[in-house]
Design a protein around this ligand. Structure first.
Ligand code: SF4
Length: 208
């Protein structure tokens, strides 16, 4: 697959996303949804992909789940304009099906470049698809509410707002987990350390 150019800023990346044909999802979209928010955001929220309303408007999280996300952001004394909101996938899969591996692979470099350009202090992963895009073996029910570090970045997995709309009990958990965001921004030491490096094979053979 042909690599992407290095974009100088979020706006130029977004304009390329809007006309992107790197995977088959461009055929069924009304609008691509590059993401939006502050280019200097300390927090980036990442969801799975655009749904019906997002595809219509070309903006992330504008349906009911988006309304809940806005309320949760306001609940921690932040505004939507303070943060950046994006998705792993920039175009809506037909009937909201899971993305195919080649679609996810084609789209991923856009998200990676967005994160490099913004360089946030915290990345909030909304739901299991966003979680598994960064931590393939993690389960959202166990990973949620526990900050973790990988390659110098800090992540907080939480339930997806759409899941909290379907199950009321998840909404309380989601609100609780959001309360961690200001704390993590204030003190990045509240995260799990990087896992220890794999054992040195030479040392093992020495003792073996
Ligand atoms: S999903 Fe991503 S890679 Fe596929 S066409 Fe849309 S922007 Fe391009």
């Amino acid at each position: 697959m042909i690599g992407l150019p290095t974009f100088p800023d979020l706006a130029s990346l977004a304009s390329v996303v809007r006309t992107c044909e790197r995977c088959g999802l461009h055929k069924g979209r009304t609008n691509a949804v590059p993401g939006e928010g502050s280019p200097t955001a300390r927090v980036v929220f990442i969801g799975e992909g655009p749904g019906f309303h997002e595809d219509r408007l070309g903006r992330p999280f504008v349906g009911q789940a988006g309304q809940l996300l806005d309320e949760l952001i306001q609940g921690i004394d932040m505004r939507r304009a303070d943060v950046f909101i994006a998705n792993v996938l920039k175009c809506r899969p037909p009937n909201n099906r899971d993305p195919l591996p080649d679609e996810a692979e084609a789209c991923r470099p856009y998200l990676d470049q967005q994160l490099e350009l913004i360089n946030p202090d915290l990345i909030v992963l909304l739901g299991r698809h966003a979680l598994n895009a960064f931590f393939p073996d993690a389960r959202i029910s166990r990973a949620r509410g526990v900050a973790r570090r990988q390659h110098g970045r800090v992540y907080l997995p939480v339930y997806h707002p759409a899941a909290a709309l379907r199950q009321l009990r998840l909404r309380d958990i989601l609100s609780q987990d959001f309360q961690m965001i200001p704390k993590l921004l204030a003190d990045a030491t509240e995260v799990e350390p990087d896992p220890p490096p794999p054992p040195d094979t030479q040392q093992l053979s020495f003792f073996g």
